[in-house]
Design a protein around this ligand. Structure first.
Ligand code: SF4
Ligand code: SF4
Length: 112
């Protein structure tokens, strides 16, 4: 999934004009992708003169931090060690389930 690094976007509008499904808008002189509309064609990435359209893989550390922040915020609802331990186990179960869904999806895509 492409994303736009705001600090590198110079609002030239090339990506907006070339997106085949009109998934990119210019808001306050920065290009923004509407992820629900994006069909992952990669055209915006190829056309951007400033390399502002970035690959998804670069967001991994950021998304890990978001997950950890989420867990830490929810943890504040628990006070005893037992409650916290049970909560962490539930969160591990949740992330393991997500991992399994991704792994099985990748397996299925191998046959395409
Ligand atoms: S092509 Fe690149 S620099 Fe131009 S508006 Fe799109 S993201 Fe910004
Ligand atoms: S990847 Fe394709 S569909 Fe998605 S925002 Fe870029 S140009 Fe539009």
């Amino acid at each position: 999934m492409p994303w736009i690094k705001e600090s590198d976007c110079v609002a030239c509008g090339l990506c907006v004009d070339n997106c085949p499904v009109k998934a990119i808008s210019m808001i306050e002189k920065k290009a923004i992708i509407e992820f629900e509309k994006c069909i992952r064609c990669g055209r915006c990435h190829d056309i951007c003169p400033r390399d502002a359209v970035r690959h998804d893989g670069e967001r991994v550390p950021e998304e890990v931090e978001e997950n950890i922040d989420w867990v830490n915020n929810l943890m504040e609802n628990y006070s005893t060690e037992d409650e916290k331990n049970a909560f962490i186990q539930r969160m591990k179960n949740f992330f393991n389930k997500e991992k399994k869904v991704i792994a099985e999806t990748l397996d299925r895509l191998e046959s395409y």
